[in-house]
Design a protein around this ligand. Structure first.
Ligand code: GLY
Ligand code: MN
Length: 454
């Protein structure tokens, strides 16, 4: 799979200009769901740890980031139903902190004013619009909305937010390029970790090598890196980074991403070293094949729920072929025996948020739909459409906590316990790619940079 053109070679100004036009049009369309005269997107207010003056890393409100790759809190973007959108940047002149980060040169097309303080930004917004009481506020601060003169009823009204969330499901070419670049950046770290895994380095050392290779600070990764040896790889959101050298180290699972202009990648690979359990090795090969066939089915109109069900069936059949389950694939599927081995959804929409908004909506004016009863952890029930980006991340794990519930009772005979017990030390397998739905099928955004087999 050949790599697409690099981010640095693209016409960023043209991509961003088209993205801005599309996003403004979608916002005005969303505003038509109510009587509102405009919307204020707030980059957000910093929060602080309890009874402390230390803030956790700041993440801007995603609706704001969609428009403006401007770092830091408190900026306001004013989008009237008619007329020019305006960005009020808050660039504090303050001797405690470094000067504001400059925006990229291609960031143009919005009227921009720079002020020193959040107070001045809010004051200027009130002066510019004269009366904001008929506007909507989207952001994380009730007090900011109040200072703007926007009534409580107009703070993130569901009818507007649903349409905004729905529209964010369709990625513009600018957003697709950002996501592609986020994949490329993450791949540099993945390659470093793969090399370090061959040298059997600790999770802690591998994590530091990921940060060094990607140039990211801990606070800049889009989600907490999962770097897990052996049994740890069966803990779905394993966050610790053990300093111990694994001896022996058989399985290394890495789930780690990067960002580009606020857009996140989310990529998982599982690497096996020599000496792995032969059945676990077969499981790994089977999961690589299964993930490939699932990615190959992605196309507009496909039901993501049906794709999850195909993944669940695939894992079920693999467990039967491996001899882990000792009943027919049909019976195992019917009885959902694969659940303790694959207890999460196939994936999720991806964008500014790693688990992006809109995945549970079935229409622009609908709220979140519940996932199917049998697959309660599925984060995406929305049928796939052109320009969506989703992850495809089936898994197969040996998780004692879930398996133990089946050890006793009438269903215990369906499971090969001696084999399962011998596989628990190997942990789990997950393979995750980020996939753009195109008019005719799909583009795998992450795979050109990262093969699945080491
Ligand atoms: N990469 C973490 C997750 O998708 O939950
Ligand atoms: Mn994911």
């Amino acid at each position: 799979m050949s790599a697409p053109p690099e981010w640095s070679s693209l016409d960023h100004a043209a991509l961003y200009a088209a993205h801005l036009e599309t996003s403004l049009a979608a916002t005005r369309e969303a505003l038509s769901a109510g009587p509102w005269a405009g919307v204020v997107f707030h980059a957000g207010e910093e929060s602080y740890y309890h009874a402390d003056d230390m803030p956790p890393p700041f993440h801007a409100v995603a609706h704001f980031t969609r428009f403006a790759p401007v770092v830091g809190p408190e900026h306001l973007l004013l989008v009237p139903r008619q007329g020019e959108a305006r960005l009020l940047r808050v660039d504090p002149k303050d001797f405690w902190h470094e000067p504001p980060v400059a925006s990229p040169t291609w960031f143009a097309g919005l009227e921009v004013d720079s002020v020193d303080t959040p107070h001045l930004a809010r004051k200027q917004a009130r002066e510019l619009v004269a009366d904001l009481s008929g506007w909507v506020y989207v952001g994380n601060s009730a007090s900011a909305a109040e200072a703007l003169g926007i009534p409580a009823a107009n703070r993130e009204p569901a009818a507007l937010v649903r349409r905004l969330d729905w529209a964010r499901g369709f990625k513009t070419p600018y957003e697709a390029a950002c996501l592609r670049e986020a994949c490329r950046r993450a791949s540099v770290g993945h390659h470093a970790v793969r090399q370090g895994a061959r040298e059997q380095r600790s999770e802690h050392a591998l994590h530091l090598s990921y940060l060094e290779a990607t140039g990211l600070l801990e606070r800049e990764v889009p989600y907490q890196n999962i770097i897990a040896w052996n049994e740890h790889s069966a803990v779905l959101h394993y966050g610790s980074k053990s300093r111990e050298t694994p001896k022996p180290g058989y399985t290394l699972l890495i789930d780690a991403g990067a960002t580009c202009n606020g857009y996140a990648s989310d990529i998982t690979r599982t690497h096996l070293r020599e000496g792995s359990h032969a059945v676990f090795h077969e499981a790994w090969l089977g999961m690589i094949r299964l993930q490939d066939t699932l990615v190959d089915q992605v196309r507009p109109g496909l039901s993501y729920v049906a794709l999850h069900e195909a993944a669940f069936r695939g894992v079920t059949e693999l467990l039967c072929v491996l001899g882990v389950l000792q009943v027919s694939p049909d019976e195992a599927f019917e009885r959902r025996y694969a659940f303790p081995f694959f207890p999460h959804g196939l994936g999720h929409h991806l964008g500014i948020q790693v688990h992006d908004v809109g995945g549970k909506q079935l229409g622009p004016d609908q709220g979140a739909s519940a996932p199917p009863k049998d697959f309660p952890w599925l984060r995406t029930v929305r049928p796939l459409a052109e320009d969506h980006v989703v992850t495809i991340e089936p898994g197969l794990y040996f998780i004692p906590l879930l398996l133990n519930g089946f050890r006793e009772g009438p269903e215990a005979a369906a499971f090969n316990w001696s084999l399962i017990d011998s596989l628990v030390p190997s942990g789990g397998i997950r393979i995750e790619d980020d996939v753009l739905v195109t008019a005719t099928g799909r583009e795998n955004l992450s795979r050109p940079y990262l093969p699945t087999q080491s």
